[in-house]
Design a binder for this molecule. Structure first.
Ligand code: G6Q
Length: 559
């Protein structure tokens, strides 16, 4: 396959027609029936991918559904596209780029080495990784100091979107592993509140700033970087430090970017910059130098363990047989849920407080990748694409929006994620609180699958109209994902799992999951509106009546 081949229209395949007919047959069945008919269903529909156990059995599928979905994958040439991605073909057609986040995770010495567009990708990756490792060690050991000779205590990462969400999510997830006396903070929003509140209580003498921007032109990031540079220089001066600006910036600012020329223009010494490459998409970049903040605060060994987890899932996706290939099956299952069962959203519900930013991270990964209406050859898509991803950690969600998942009118497939070993094994008297927590996980997935019939409600003594209100239809699809513990490697596996699920969906739908023209538009428009917002009457008058009215409101009411 070449990356520019016309995508196969999935709706014209034999598998699609068969899935349509199959969906009608299945509509008469139920999870209660299917579990009763096949007492081994839980096992036959479970799979293992690296350290993850993935139980698909509480989805609205029969084993034959998976066969038909795999046929759909074959007819839409998903695995050929996967191989093209791993080989470095330019499958990001609208930007004419290779898509090689998987190369960031290849272990040192992988053979044969990966050559793409005339570059030894493996050598490039290892070189940057070694520089990051050395830098992280210097900061952690105290060898690297601020301008006044004090060791670094806080690393502030300034970035947005793909240059923020991954690092924040992973930092939050692995916080227990951070070094004593070293913390990370993140500034992303151009709302000045973000820069202000994040730096308000920091000591500039012990603060190191990482400006993370692939393009180094993003308005939010460059503005925030300038704000923090001013904060830093003013702060040092206020302490009576004689500031040589260049020297102070060199000691307190490093950069991560693919545009090293722009880094220099900003005033950061290129010797303090870590590069990556245009074949790493922003939302796929946390395994690149974008993860430098993690290598510093969590440690380079933790960062490498994370990469090894990513790689384990990459290898699973690249080599596992289709019927055992978890990202392939889960991606196809999402297609089934969206295109055949009519799901419009997908909940991700981690039973781990440390994963509280995981749904937000996945929102960018999945929705920026597959929120598209045209295919990679510019023709319109032929069916619904990208569902809305959302979620919150359990059990908090149970006391809020789960009501709609249990008894609402919409089908909401949900992924439940949990870990056997707690990070903090607390007891409440004799009760192991983690067991209480997991009991909720098991209870919810069970209730969603099997519901509660009117007879069961009546048997408890309920009568009249209340019976209907207390009845649960069941047949609400869920996937359960379990792992031994939330280690860096397991987290890497989980992230790569969702990356590849997203890839599979995009490949079936024929879309370029690696561009983001919708984001580019927003970046451009905000810059264009700046004169009007600043009060240029002619510019305001040129706007539509709604935008002009809102800008005038702002100008009149600003205190
Ligand atoms: C990700 C998107 C987008 C990007 C941000 C930041 O895939 O392209 O979220 O990461 O807009 O861009 P920079 O890293 O270039 O500042």
């Amino acid at each position: 396959m070449t990356a520019h081949d016309t995508p196969v229209d999935p709706t014209t395949t034999a598998a699609w027609a068969a899935l349509d007919a199959h969906e009608e047959e299945l509509a008469d069945g139920s999870l209660r029936e299917w579990f009763a008919q096949d007492p081994d269903r839980g096992r036959t529909l479970s799979r293992q991918a690296a350290d993850l156990l993935v139980d698909l059995s509480k989805n609205l599928i029969q084993p034959h559904t998976l066969e038909l979905l795999l046929q759909l994958a074959q007819e839409t040439r998903v695995l050929e596209r996967r191989d093209a991605m791993f080989a470095g073909e330019h499958i990001n057609t609208t930007e004419d780029r290779a898509v090689l986040h998987t190369a960031l995770r290849r272990p040192q010495g992988s053979a044969p080495s990966l050559q793409v567009d005339g570059q030894d990708v493996d050598a490039d990756v290892q070189e940057v990784l070694e520089r990051i490792t050395a830098f992280a060690q210097n900061v952690r050991s105290g060898e690297w100091t601020g301008a006044t000779g004090k060791r670094i205590e806080t690393v502030v990462n300034i970035g947005i979107g793909g240059s923020d969400l991954g690092p924040v999510m992973i930092y939050e997830a692995l916080k227990p592993l951070r070094a004593d006396g070293l913390e990370a903070r993140f500034i992303s929003n151009i709302d000045p509140t973000d820069a202000y509140t994040t730096t308000a209580d920091l000591d500039p003498e012990t603060t190191l700033v990482i400006v993370a921007s692939k393009t180094f032109t993003t308005l939010e990031t460059i503005t925030n970087a300038r704000l923090v540079r001013t904060w830093l220089l003013d702060g040092l001066r206020a302490r009576g430090v004689e500031v040589d600006e260049r020297e102070a910036v060199a000691k307190h600012f490093v950069a991560v970017s693919t545009a090293l020329d722009k880094v220099e223009e900003f005033g950061i010494d290129p010797a303090n910059a870590f590069g990556f490459w245009n074949w790493v998409g922003g939302r796929y970049s946390v395994g690149s130098a974008i993860g430098t903040v993690l290598a510093v605060v969590l440690g380079p060994e933790v960062f490498r363990e994370l990469l090894s987890g990513f790689h384990a899932m990459d290898e699973h996706f690249r080599t596992a047989e289709p019927d055992q290939n978890v990202p392939l099956l889960m991606g196809l299952l999402n297609v089934w849920n969206v295109n055949f069962l009519g799901a419009e959203t997908h909940a991700v519900l981690p039973y781990s407080q440390y994963l509280h930013r995981f749904p937000a991270y996945l929102q960018q990964l999945t929705m920026e990748s597959n929120g598209k209406s045209v295919r990679w050859d510019g023709t319109p898509v032929t069916t619904d694409t990208g569902e809305v991803f959302w979620g919150e950690p359990g059990t908090n969600g149970q006391h809020a929006f789960y009501q709609l998942i249990h008894q609402g009118t919409r089908v909401i497939p949900a992924d439940f994620i949990a870990f056997a070993t707690p990070t903090h094994p607390l007891r409440d008297g004799k009760v192991d609180v983690h067991e209480l927590f997991l009991a909720n996980f098991f209870a919810q997935t069970k209730a969603l699958a099997f519901g509660k019939t009117a007879e069961e409600v009546e048997a408890e003594g309920t009568t009249g109209a209340l019976v209907a209100a207390r009845t649960f239809s069941g047949d609400r699809p869920t996937t359960s994902i379990m792992a031994p513990a939330l280690t860096p490697a397991v987290l890497g596996q989980l992230i790569a799992l969702y990356e590849h699920i997203t890839f599979v969906q995009g490949a079936v739908w024929g879309i370029d999951s690696f561009d983001q023209w919708g984001v580019e538009l927003g970046k451009k428009l905000a810059n264009e509106l700046a004169p009007a917002v600043a009060g240029d009457e002619q510019a305001i008058a040129a706007e539509d009546s709604s935008t002009a009215g809102l800008i005038r409101y702002y100008r009149e009411h600003r205190a």
